[in-house]
Design a protein around this ligand. Structure first.
Ligand code: B12
Length: 170
């Protein structure tokens, strides 16, 4: 997918090619997903996940969700283009331990801050851990917006959730 992105940048690929590549990646992911999400007995916590408002990229988000689910977390996947209010409502209704936000566009990254602000406004910021990730997101950006953690990969997301949720429930 990195190569597809590079070809898109140098105008060799266009949106249709990106879509075809995304479809192939999704098909591959389905194979991986079914192996990652083998029956787990006890839930290690609830994680709400979604791609932020204005952003339709979901391959990375789905990978993070599958890895977390495979590691024993209960996943509430809100999909893509998720407004802050929907994150807040789902966290409140399900008493979620963490929320994982994904953004792939530099233009939608600020939405992550909007979600954190909405959590503060709803009075539940201290009850939920906020994890952020996606290709343009950095550790520094995560700190700037007041997130609890940043993960570069789906594997990192698991370790991060484990340490954050464990410290919250300890
Ligand atoms: C596939 C793709 C699309 C597909 C998406 C299909 C889908 N269902 O997701 C389609 C064709 C729809 C698309 C559309 C667009 N795209 Co696009 N797309 C891509 C592409 C090629 C691959 C993204 C991808 O799936 N990567 C693979 C996954 C596995 O990686 P990932 O998402 O980064 O996730 C990993 C980590 O980041 C991390 N992670 C992800 N989320 C989270 C969350 C947490 C909490 C944690 C801890 C970790 C984490 O874990 C994942 C696995 O390790 C990228 C190029 C690239 N190199 O990223 C461009 C790219 C993101 N797109 C781009 C653009 C410009 C667009 C469009 C605006 C194009 C247009 N003119 O219409 C639209 C925007 C639509 C919208 N509103 O969202 C640009 C963004 C530029 C920028 N600086 O913002 C990129 C970078 C291409 C480029 N080089 O220019 N796109």
């Amino acid at each position: 997918m990195d190569e597809v992105g590079r070809l898109f940048e140098c105008h060799e690929y266009f949106v249709p090619e990106m879509l075809i590549a995304a479809r192939a990646m999704r098909a591959a992911l389905e194979v991986v997903q079914s192996r990652l999400t083998k029956a787990q007995t006890e839930s290690k916590g609830k994680v709400v996940i979604g791609t932020v408002k204005g952003d339709l990229h979901d391959i990375g988000k789905n990978l993070v969700a599958a890895m977390l689910q495979g590691s024993g977390y209960e996943i509430l996947d809100l999909g893509t283009d998720v407004p802050p209010e929907k994150f807040v409502k789902t966290i409140e209704e399900n008493k979620a331990n963490a929320v994982a936000l994904s953004a792939l566009l530099t233009t939608t990254m600020p939405e992550m801050k909007n979600v954190i602000e909405a959590l503060v406004k709803a009075g539940i910021r201290d009850r939920v851990k906020v994890l952020v990730g996606g290709a343009p997101v950095t550790e520094e950006f995560a700190k700037q917006i007041g997130a609890d953690g940043y993960g570069e990969t789906a594997v990192a997301a698991v370790g991060l959730t484990r340490s954050l949720v464990a410290s919250a429930t300890a």
